[in-house]
Write a protein that binds this ligand. Structure first.
Ligand code: HEC
Ligand code: HEC
Ligand code: HEC
Ligand code: HEC
Length: 190
C-alpha cells in the first residue's frame, strides 16, 4: 500500500496533467449546467424552461409517453433513465467532461440545456471571457474557447437524426422558431 501523501500527490499530478491536456487539446471544455447560465440570462432561462427540450429526461421514465414507445417498439414499462443509448440526446454533456453521469451524481444536468446548443461553458464563462466584468467581450474570442458561433442545423441534427427511435424529419427554420427560447436583443457590441 502506498502512503496517503504519495497517493494524494499522484492524484494532484493527474489532475494537473488533465488540465494541461484540456488546454492543449482545445476542444474539451467542461459542461457547467443551466444554473450557471440562469444567473445572468434569466429571461432566456424562463422561456427555455417552458420548451419541450428542457423536459426530455422525463420521457425516459417508465410509463411516460407509453403509446409512442409501444409504437416505436420500445418497452413502455422499462426504465430508460440509465440507458447509455438514450442518454446522449436526453441529457447535457453525457460522457463528456463535467457532463451528465447519472441522476444521483448530476441531477442538474438532465434535459437538453443551453450548452447543448451554445457549447460547453466551462471556459467561455470565465471572468476574462463572458462575464459582468467583461460585458463587451469579443465573440470571436469566446468561439475559440467553446461558444458555438452560429447555431445552424448541424447543431440540432446531433440529436434530430435517424438514431432517434422517434425521428421523422427536421425542418430547421420551423423548429428553431418553435423550440428554442424567446430571443432577446443583445445590449452590447461583440
Ligand atoms: C456572469 C454572467 C454570465 C454568465 C454566468 C453567462 N453569461 Fe452569457 N452573457 C453574459 C453577458 C454580459 C452577455 C452579453 C449580453 C449583451 O450583450 O446584452 C452574454 C451573452 C451570451 C450569448 C450571446 C453571444 C453572442 O455574443 O452572440 C450567449 C449565447 C450566452 N451568453 C450564453 C450563455 C450560456 C449558455 C451560459 C451558461 C453556460 C452563459 N451565457 C452564462 C453574461 C453571462
Ligand atoms: C440521436 C438522439 C436520440 C437518441 C439516441 C434517443 N432519442 Fe429520444 N428523441 C430524440 C429526438 C430528437 C426526439 C424528438 C423527435 C422529433 O420531435 O422529431 C426524441 C423523442 C423521444 C420521445 C418522445 C416521442 C413522442 O412522440 O412523444 C421519447 C419517449 C424518447 N425520445 C425516448 C427515447 C428512448 C427511450 C431512447 C433510448 C432507447 C431514445 N429516446 C434515444 C433524440 C434521441
Ligand atoms: C435548442 C437550442 C438552444 C437551447 C437549448 C438554448 N438556446 Fe440560446 N439560442 C439558440 C438560438 C438558435 C439562438 C439565436 C442565435 C443564433 O441563431 O445563433 C439563441 C440565442 C441566445 C442568446 C442571445 C440573446 C438572445 O436571447 O437571442 C442567449 C443569451 C442565449 N441564447 C442563452 C441561452 C440560455 C441561457 C439557454 C439555457 C437556459 C439557452 N440559450 C438554450 C438556441 C438555443
Ligand atoms: C441534445 C439533443 C438535442 C439537440 C442538440 C436539439 N434537440 Fe430538439 N429535441 C430533442 C429531444 C430529445 C426532443 C423531444 C421532446 C419531446 O418530444 O417532448 C426535442 C424536441 C424538439 C422540439 C419539440 C418538438 C416539436 O416540434 O414540438 C423542437 C421544436 C426542437 N427539438 C427543435 C430543435 C432545434 C431547432 C435544435 C437546434 C437549434 C434542437 N432541437 C437541438 C433533442 C435535441
Amino acid at each position: 500500500m502506498k502512503p496517503i501523501a504519495q497517493l494524494v500527490r499522484a492524484g494532484a499530478l493527474a489532475a494537473l496533467a488533465a488540465v494541461a491536456l484540456s488546454q492543449t487539446a482545445g476542444a474539451e471544455h467542461a459542461y457547467v449546467g443551466v444554473k450557471k447560465c440562469k444567473a445572468c440570462h434569466l429571461k432566456e432561462f424562463t422561456s427555455w424552461s417552458e420548451t419541450k427540450m428542457s423536459k426530455v429526461f422525463e420521457l425516459l421514465k417508465p410509463g411516460v409517453a407509453a403509446a409512442a414507445k409501444t409504437k416505436a417498439k420500445l418497452d413502455p414499462t422499462k426504465d430508460y433513465t440509465k440507458n447509455a443509448s438514450c442518454l446522449p440526446c436526453h441529457t447535457t454533456g453525457y460522457g463528456k467532461p463535467g457532463g451528465f453521469v447519472d441522476l444521483a451524481t448530476t441531477p442538474d444536468l438532465v434535459g437538453v440545456q443551453c450548452e447543448m446548443c451554445h457549447g460547453p461553458g466551462g471556459t467561455y464563462i470565465q471572468k476574462e471571457n463572458m462575464s459582468l466584468q467583461n460585458k463587451e467581450y469579443k465573440k470571436a474570442e469566446l468561439v475559440k474557447v467553446g461558444l458555438v458561433g452560429q447555431i445552424g442545423k448541424d447543431t440540432c441534427v446531433n440529436c434530430h437524426n435517424s438514431k432517434s427511435p422517434f425521428f421523422k424529419d427536421f425542418n430547421f427554420e420551423e423548429r428553431k422558431a418553435k423550440g428554442t427560447h424567446e430571443k432577446i436583443p443583445l445590449k452590447y457590441a461583440h
